[in-house]
Design a protein around this ligand. Structure first.
Ligand SMILES: Cc1cc2nc3c(=O)[nH]c(=O)nc-3n(C[C@H](O)[C@H](O)[C@H](O)COP(=O)(O)OP(=O)(O)OC[C@H]3O[C@@H](n4cnc5c(N)ncnc54)[C@H](O)[C@@H]3O)c2cc1C
Length: 385
């Protein structure tokens, strides 16, 4: 067992941090205030190979591993602590992975170079107004006819809908192609946001303001059959593969944020004085710091194990990615909350930036990339079988 990163991975971390310090850090507050990440950032990140790092070199990507992708995810979250850029990154990374693994050659040749270069976005459209956890019961329909798929229905809470519409891109969309067959009747189709018959309605979120979440209505939307990912009626399985990998990236982002928050908190409690001594001299506070450090370390190790298992294609990796997605958002929320309390009243101001992280991290507690109870269901089913 080797607990250290390779020299190449250390260099990747260093170069990513340096790139983000220059190209992202100065704009983070603006991104949160204006609700938009500048498209130029995506292209710059694409040029630096960190916008969708699993894409293979033959499609213009850097061919990095899941472990490498985790390193990038951690570094992004340390800089954009609102989580918006992390969300864009993890969707682009995980769903490009699914396209690359299961998509038809023509579609891959067309889209993957655009995604790798930061010109186009790719996300997932699974959730519907009636719910997100029960994927098998989606009702958006897909009719395959005459070389086309015709889509009717509605998706909800879809991340990156406006980015795809404005900058280019689309979503791997789950549609029912056989109503009688539950999860075995679901097909995954790539639907560009520019397709005729699509209506996008932005939702006002509480956090991660730089990436949109929207409802998407499909009124006889037609896409060519080549946009079907893999086989008809196999889409549920491809989506689970994607979610399992995306959860590793979510947890990595949460861990990166936790680490950054704790670092800021430690700096503060060593300086801030009460009753004539630094806050860190009070055990009530230093013990909290010790607990947080321990929990963040545990969360990171679990996440690295999940990424390692994904890299070696271990069929049990999904259990670890679910455990990681279960714990890391909770630890991040706890870290943000405790650090905010250490900062006292200043922590509650917008100026401190801590509330921005609290708003962002909540998305991973309520549901994005799978609700926490769903993670527990997956883990329980695996260990009880
Ligand atoms: C910011 C944000 C961005 C999102 N982006 C996307 C996206 O890009 N694409 C996409 O497809 N979806 C997206 N989603 C939706 C997300 O996938 C769903 O929120 C998630 O799947 C949960 O679905 P739901 O919100 O409908 O909650 P529900 O499925 O209605 O569940 C509500 C609550 O009940 C619990 N619950 C459900 N079933 C059970 C059970 N059997 N036992 C115990 N508890 C249960 C859940 O844990 C949850 O707490 C996003 C959500 C958010 C918040």
């Amino acid at each position: 067992m080797n607990f250290s990163f390779s020299d190449e991975q250390e260099l990747l971390r260093k170069n990513t941090a340096r790139f983000l310090e220059k190209n992202l850090k100065p704009y983070v507050r603006d991104i949160d205030a204006k609700g938009e990440i500048p498209a130029e950032f995506f292209r710059n990140a694409g040029e630096n190979g960190i916008i969708s790092p699993l894409i293979k070199q033959k499609y213009g990507g850097p061919s990095l591993s899941f472990m490498d992708s985790v390193i990038i995810s951690e570094e992004i979250a340390k800089v954009d602590t609102s989580m918006a850029t992390s969300v864009y990154y993890l969707l682009n990374t995980s769903w490009a992975y699914v396209l690359q693994k299961y998509g038809k050659q023509e579609l891959k040749d067309k889209l993957l170079p655009e995604i790798a270069s930061g010109n186009q976005f790719i996300g997932i459209a699974s959730t519907e107004p009636s719910g997100g956890s029960d994927v098998a019961n989606i009702t958006t329909s897909g009719t395959v006819n005459n070389g086309k798929v015709i889509i009717n229905g509605e998706k909800m809470y879809i991340s990156g809908a406006l980015e795809a519409k404005n900058n280019g891109g689309g979503h791997l969309t789950l549609v029912k192609t056989d109503k009688e067959k539950g999860h075995r009747g679901i097909t995954m189709v790539y639907v560009p946001a520019s397709a005729k018959g699509i209506e996008i309605t932005k939702l006002e979120n509480m956090g991660r303001m730089g990436i949109s979440t929207a409802g998407i209505k499909y009124d006889n939307v037609e896409v060519p059959e080549e946009n079907i990912i893999g086989e008809i009626n196999e889409g549920f399985y491809y989506s689970m593969d994607g979610f399992n990998h995306a959860r590793i990236m979510v947890a990595a982002a949460c861990n990166g944020l936790s680490e950054k928050m704790l670092e800021e908190g430690l700096g503060y409690i060593k300086e801030r004085k009460a009753f004539g001594k630094p806050l860190s001299d009070f055990q009530a506070i230093s013990f909290e710091a010790a607990d947080l450090k321990t929990e963040i370390e545990m969360a990171s190790l679990l996440n690295y194990k999940a990424a390692y298992l994904a890299d070696v294609d271990d069929p049990e990796f999904y259990i670890y990615s679910s455990m990681s997605k279960l714990k890391s958002p909770q630890i991040a929320m706890d870290t943000v909350k405790k650090v905010m309390m250490w900062f006292g009243a200043y922590g509650y101001t917008k100026d401190s930036g801590i509330e921005m992280s609290a708003r962002g991290i909540f998305s991973y507690l309520v549901g994005a990339e799978g609700a926490l109870n769903i993670m527990k269901m997956i883990i329980a089913k695996a260990i009880l079988k």
